[in-house]
Design a protein around this ligand. Sequence first.
Ligand code: ZN
Ligand code: ZN
Length: 187
Amino acid sequence: MAGTEQPETRIASCPCGNVTLELAGKPIVAATCYCESCQQAGQMFDALPGAPGVVEADGGTPYLLVRKDRIAWMTGTDRIEDHRLKPDSPTRRFVATCCNAPVALEFTKGHWLSVYAGRIAEDERPPVAMRTMTKDRPAGVEFADDLPSYATHSGKFMWKLLAAWAAMGFRAPPVEKTTGWSRYAGG
Ligand SMILES: [Zn+2]
Ligand SMILES: [Zn+2]
């Protein structure tokens, strides 16, 4: 596999196409999160007029986690609004105001960006590798498949994040909403 691997590039886009974000390189992991906050925020976003919907029927929100130094806003940065569940929360979610589509979730102190999987074309979306925070899933939800499902943020999940951070030289810049940030700016 390794020898035949092609450089990967994906575009995350809001449904109307105004907001686009380039994702370069291999994603850290494709994971579906069941935590309280993702459900709460997602359901709030899903209620907005015309919103594309991000929370699945079983309460999970699928994301593609990418390194912050492998992203570049291409268009529509003036149409992105920050949403925080609490004013002092270190976690913010970027929502495209043009069509009420959640685009990505940032832990501002972290080195990765969690892009809502639905923003990526289906044929470019890597298959989900794991479920995280399933202890928060809605009552009655049982998983009938073999996908690894972890009650919290598993060691495997944290290891992937840590490995990516090491590759970034342990830097974790907050995302700036300016066109071209940060892949080209950071070198
Ligand atoms: Zn839009
Ligand atoms: Zn979550």
